[in-house]
Design a protein around this ligand. Structure first.
Ligand code: ZN
Length: 191
């Protein structure tokens, strides 16, 4: 007899909202090598979503193409759909061209679950990223407005030649996506 595959539970691991920062008329940071933040964010977010779905998570994206979405509407997706985790994906920029590294943010008032998710993200990104700027606190609107655990990842600096050149390659985008998706799976399993 042929063994019948058991149907996978619809939200076996949990429901995750992945939020590619910026889009449409809002390009985000412009890099020293020409690539725009909104495009890096989207490429990494789509790769994260693909991996998470393969792992059995339900994934909602706040945008799947190059369009403008209000910050409050991004948080609303997580709130209305009662997500288990919200992860916003961005890339940094600074006046100092030497600024480098990835950073994970939680809201100032964030508690246990958001901090646990952020720490998983930091730990996994440290395996691919050069410089770990740690988990920091900042009241980004998408973090403050989401009622579920939430973290925001800054993948690296588009104002830094080395990082900007790397961030626009598909290979590095895939590595970052792999790290983020492993972190999300680890967080969802640890709940
Ligand atoms: Zn951004």
């Amino acid at each position: 007899a042929t063994p019948v595959e058991p149907p996978r539970a619809p939200a076996g691991l949990g429901r995750v909202v992945i939020d590619p920062g910026h889009g449409g008329q809002d390009p985000g940071a412009l890099s020293v090598v020409g690539v725009r933040e909104k495009d890096v964010n989207l490429a990494v977010a789509l790769a994260v979503a693909r991996r998470l779905r393969q792992a059995g998570a339900e994934v909602l994206l706040t945008r799947q193409d190059d369009r403008f979405i209000e910050l409050n509407d991004r948080a609303q997706v997580a709130n209305q759909r009662k997500a288990d985790l919200f992860v916003s994906i961005h890339a940094d920029s600074a006046a100092d061209p030497a600024a480098a590294g990835f950073t994970v943010y939680v809201a100032r008032a964030a508690q246990g679950p958001s901090c646990a998710a952020a720490e998983e993200l930091r730990r996994h990104l440290a395996e691919v990223g050069d410089r770990d700027r740690g988990v920091r606190r900042a009241d980004y609107r998408v973090l403050v407005r989401t009622s579920c655990p939430a973290a925001l990842v800054e993948l690296g600096y588009l104002s830094n030649y080395v990082e900007a050149a790397r961030l626009q390659t598909e290979g590095y985008q895939e590595e970052l996506a792999e790290a983020i998706s492993r972190a999300v799976v680890a967080y969802l399993r640890s709940r």
